[in-house]
Design a protein around this ligand. Structure first.
Ligand code: BG6
Length: 514
């Protein structure tokens, strides 16, 4: 965010350069983690906290408090956290970093509805303030199913933990799903809003913490090359793909009844669409960025015929990584008659001057051919072809592919002359790959997002308006699907149901084969 310049002040370019090079370090604070025994905490959150400490981005006055229904002492939680860090941290393990971090680790055993437990939590953070100098600044991270949010938020209020004094701060971090539809998202928000002011609420969409997702803005707005062609005059269509090779795994309880569209289109994919389609924000302040994303989300249109413009599927048995796998309905914990989709595709429009008439095709699925997330802008064909030896049908359309993961980078595909005596043109690729261009490895999304919470920097966190706009897009589709039978089966390891391929074929297009 740009520093405000006082009227008449001479901007000092050197100072700005120095400022940018200084790492952003969190101030004294306590992170209270609810749901410490869950998968997310073990695989992502605890390792990310260690990685931040290891990079020197947490202050000496930092405390980490776990809260759960376990009969643990501080050292038991510290041992669990140690194990999680050893297994999943991105950066090498350093005994001195861990020792320093673990001195601020506390555990509060208790039930979420137990007043005493929250009173003990209040005592624990006060003790950390006194002993570790955490400054009375608390972030409450709710890594819990949303149905438990109201209980926790009310307890935070009752125990006085939600109230700040003497310039200290309180923040609450909530994980998706932000509701099940528009109505429940509003109800959920009302609960949180009753206790915390909007600027203290940090909604996590971990895709926004990914370097490659933030790079969409750098690519578009730090360069002159792409923006002139980033519109309906040049772009034929956009494909946004988030494919996973894994199945539902141990998450049956969460996933069944939610499905692919609610799980990732409502949040990750629509956020990608917003970043690709939005206008340039006047700054990267949270307000400016969110305002542009909201404008785009409110301009999204649905296909007139939802039967033809959407597709959904459910994985059947097949293959993953060379091994046979069972279908969704045979997975542990999934009812054999479940109609939950594990694949969803849809054709959306963006009704703005820049994008009118350009389809945005979104697709996501589990147990697909491989794990890949990408955004591809596919450009129109050249209006006239002079190359008589080239069958232009064989030549692809130019495309710009933003490779979000796993092979992070950007690919530009265009036609090039094949060496030889004739003028034959074939598609070639020009690649930017993070690993080759930068020596520093990208931080994990959760490192960036937890640091932003502790610093109080909100641009990468969607606000409630975005959440509601996304549900407004999805609700009619979900309703249509609920009324219209079962999802189509697709073979595990393949690229989704036939209806998804027909969706593009009807428009004379095809899905990219990542
Ligand atoms: C989560 C979804 O938000 O994103 C999961 O709930 C999904 O179903 C995960 O597997 C994928 O995240 P990533 O960062 O591996 O693409």
């Amino acid at each position: 965010m740009k520093e405000p310049v006082m009227p008449g002040a001479v901007p000092n370019p050197l100072r700005n350069i120095l400022d940018r090079r200084l790492p952003r370090i969190a101030g004294p604070s306590v992170l209270v983690l609810f749901g410490v025994t869950g998968d997310l905490a073990r695989k992502k959150l605890l390792p990310a906290i260690y990685d931040l400490a290891n990079r020197g981005l947490l202050p000496p006055g930092f405390g980490l408090v776990g809260f759960a229904r376990r009969d643990w002492e501080d050292q038991d939680f510290a041992a669990e956290a140690h194990e999680a860090v050893r297994q999943h941290a991105r950066t090498p393990f350093r005994e001195d970093v861990w020792r320093q971090l673990s001195e601020g680790v506390r555990f509060v055993p208790g039930e979420l509805h137990d007043d005493d437990a929250f009173d003990r939590l209040a005592e624990t953070v006060r003790e950390l303030d006194a002993r570790r100098g955490t400054g009375g600044n608390y972030a409450f991270y709710l890594s819990l199913p949303p149905k438990l949010f109201p209980t926790v938020v009310k307890q935070l209020k009752r125990s006085g933990l939600a109230e700040s004094s003497d310039g200290s701060w309180r923040r609450v971090v909530i994980e998706k799903p932000f509701g099940h539809d528009l109505e429940s998202a509003r109800e959920l928000n009302a609960v949180v809003d009753d206790v915390f002011p909007p600027q203290s609420v940090f909604r996590i969409d971990h895709y926004l913490g990914k370097e490659t997702v933030q790079n969409i803005m750098a690519l578009r707005f730090a360069n002159t090359l792409f923006e002139p062609i980033w519109n309906r005059s040049y772009v034929d269509h956009v494909q946004i793909t988030m494919a996973e090779d894994i199945g539902v795994g141990g998450r049956a309880g969460y996933y069944d009844g939610i499905g692919a569209a609610r799980d990732v289109i409502q949040n990750h994919l629509l956020q990608l669409l917003a970043l690709v389609a939005m206008e340039e924000p006047v700054s990267f302040s949270a307000d400016a960025l969110r305002a542009e994303k909201e404008k785009v989300l409110s301009a999204v249109t649905l296909p007139e015929d939802l039967a033809q413009g959407t597709a959904r599927g459910q994985y059947a048995e097949g293959w993953q990584g060379g091994a046979p796998v069972v279908g969704y309905l045979q997975e542990d914990g999934i009812p054999p008659d479940s109609t939950t989709e594990t694949y969803a595709a849809m054709k959306l429009g963006v009704n703005t001057r820049r994008w009118a008439g350009v389809p945005f095709y979104l697709r996501t699925g589990k147990r697909l051919g491989r794990r890949v997330t990408e955004v591809a802008l596919v450009f129109q064909r050249a209006p006239h072809q002079v190359f008589s030896h080239t069958d232009i049908e064989e030549m692809g359309q130019n495309s710009l592919v933003l490779r979000i993961q796993p092979d992070e980078g950007v690919t530009l595909r265009f036609g090039s002359k094949v060496p030889g005596a004739s003028m034959e043109v074939r598609d070639v690729s020009m690649d930017f790959t993070y690993g080759q261009s930068f020596t520093e490895a990208s931080p994990e999304a959760y490192e960036r997002l937890i640091l932003d919470v502790l610093i109080g920097d909100p641009p990468l966190f969607p606000r409630q308006e975005e959440v509601e706009l996304s549900w407004k897009i999805l609700d009619p589709i979900e309703e249509f699907w609920t009324k219209n039978g079962r999802p189509e089966q697709y073979e595990s390891g393949a690229w989704g149901p036939a209806s998804a391929h027909e969706l593009l074929a009807r428009d004379g297009r095809q899905w990219r084969r990542p």
